[in-house]
Design a protein around this ligand. Structure first.
Ligand code: AMP
Length: 307
């Protein structure tokens, strides 16, 4: 079985949407990536850190999805990373209300022996120096994918530039791509990002789908039009988990196969937003995933006679 190494936050989130509000629930970039990638027959592991306040049942939930947590450190007496966000009425934009790094502030990641030469690496949202330190512990993987967000651009720009230069692919949302490059056009933004290092650039546009760029080629996957979106938290990470999980599963990192990976990512993200937090991803079955992929196919396939 191919191996996927996941790095990112395992967190407490407090979320507010027009439909309701939660206290501290399970969240974190690596959590969403792991749950999403667990839909594929691969070996996956999360490198992260939590505090002593993190419930054992949350860790068990991830272990029960066959995710290796040897590299997820539990800091005695420490407090888990906390993020809180509030969505606007359109659910496409949100404000971060609070980010408390807590145990993340001094985290020194250690990659488990069994994952030192993974096939695919998904560097989810986290301090860029932690992402770099993980890369330094690895034998050259087939593909390294990086995700980041405005928080790290605002606070750790120089370190972020160092890690971006070392990865093969970047997944980022549209607003963040514009912030990273100072370009409004996403085509120009993707070109500028490619000049920073990544040969592949995926720009996520929420309910408007995702764009994959490689050299002069562009591929677009829509998001499935949903009747109800409840909570978009983690959609980007779920996309990244589907994208890298599929690439790890197939072992094929050609541009042609990456297009399929974008579809798998979009498909899985469409489930994530249907309930609060990780709830929908916890209960998701392979049958549901397959059925929705069929819907995706009929949504995007058409035959046209060119006159
Ligand atoms: P997404 O909605 O895909 O952007 O991801 C939301 C998840 O990212 C939440 O579960 C948060 O715990 C996590 N998160 C929020 N801010 C940060 C940050 N600065 N670094 C790492 N993870 C974060």
């Amino acid at each position: 079985m191919n191996k996927l190494l996941i790095v990112g936050t395992v967190a407490f989130d407090a979320i507010e949407t027009p439909f309701g509000k939660t206290n501290k629930i399970l969240g974190g970039a690596a959590t969403y990536i792991g749950l999403s990638a667990s839909q594929f027959d691969i070996k996956s592991a999360i490198v992260s850190v939590v505090g002593e306040d993190f419930p054992e049942e949350y860790l068990d939930l991830l272990r029960n999805k066959n995710i290796n947590l040897e590299g997820t450190e539990i800091v005695k007496g420490g407090k888990t990373f906390f993020w809180s966000g509030k969505y606007h009425n359109d659910l496409n934009s949100r404000d971060t209300l609070d980010t408390q790094l807590n145990v993340l502030a001094d985290f020194q990641p250690v990659v488990p022996q069994d994952f030192k030469s993974p096939d695919i690496v998904m560097l989810g949202n986290l301090h860029p120096l932690v992402q770099l330190s993980v890369l330094e512990q690895l034998e050259r993987p087939k593909l390294v994918v990086l995700d980041t967000m405005n928080f790290w651009m605002d606070n750790t720009w120089d370190d972020l530039m160092k890690v971006i230069a070392k990865v093969d692919a970047l997944t980022i949302n549209d607003e963040e791509a514009r912030q990273l490059t100072d370009e409004y056009s996403l085509v120009k933004a993707a070109r500028k990002i490619a000049e920073m290092g990544p040969k592949y650039v995926v720009i996520k546009k929420g309910e408007h789908g995702a764009l994959l760029f490689h050299n002069e080629q562009i591929f677009f996957a829509p998001a499935l039009p949903l009747e109800e979106v409840f909570d978009p938290t983690g959609a980007g990470d779920t996309f990244a988990g589907g994208f890298t999980g599929y690439l790890a599963h197939t072992g094929d990192i050609s541009f042609r196969n990456m297009k399929n990976a974008v579809i798998y990512g979009s498909n899985l993200a469409s489930f994530c937003v249907e309930k609060f937090g990780t709830e929908r991803m916890q209960e998701l079955t392979k049958e549901e995933v397959h059925q929705r992929l069929e819907e995706f196919k009929s949504l995007t396939q058409f035959q046209i006679k060119l006159t």
